[in-house]
Write a protein that binds this ligand. Structure first.
Ligand code: PNS
Length: 159
């Protein structure tokens, strides 16, 4: 059983995240989409809301499981007996931080490999941060996120 973990804040899940999950699920027997608990960022959506949005989107895919984790990612990977950590790589600007994180995780736990997957080109500029900003300012995000996320954003911004 080859298992991978796709960790992140997912605040909220975007079409770019969904695209990465679709790619990862073809490479592994099981993909765990894992929402980090100890995020120092102030999320717009609570942990429960983020988990719920994931469950209602990529969580419906056969070999995809939604989970949460506290503490170190490598510890969670060890507990789940995961062979790999998946991260999406959109542009060169992502690279430095991702490279640092991958090598640090390797130092902490040598058996977990980080695999970078590139989402569709049309999602290269997409991020949860920009989606939230556009939605907050009343812009149209329907091209960037699943339908239920649009509804959730509308509720957050009381429209
Ligand atoms: O979606 P994000 O915010 O880019 O995800 C970052 C995340 C959650 C993958 C990263 O912050 C993380 O792994 N947090 C868990 C704590 C941890 O293991 N930190 C050491 C990383 S080298």
């Amino acid at each position: 059983m080859k298992r991978a973990i796709y960790p992140g804040s997912f605040d909220p899940v975007t079409n770019g995240h969904c695209d990465v999950v679709e790619r990862a699920r073809k490479l592994f027997d099981e993909v765990i989409v894992a929402v980090a608990h100890n995020d120092e960022k102030q999320p717009l959506f609570s942990l429960e809301e983020r988990l719920d949005l994931l469950k209602q989107t990529v969580g419906r895919i056969d070999n995809v499981r939604i989970a949460q984790f506290d503490g170190l990612l490598v510890e969670f990977a060890r507990t789940e007996k995961a062979a790999a950590v998946i991260r999406g790589l959109r542009a060169v600007s992502d690279f430095e931080f991702e490279f640092q994180m991958a090598l640090m995780n390797r130092k902490l736990e040598g058996s977990v490999e980080t695999i970078f997957l590139m989402p569709k080109e049309e999602y290269t500029y997409l991020s949860s941060r920009l989606v939230k900003e556009i939605a907050r300012l009343g812009g149209d995000v329907s091209e960037f996120v699943p339908g239920i996320v649009i509804v959730a954003l509308d509720k957050k911004f009381k429209r």
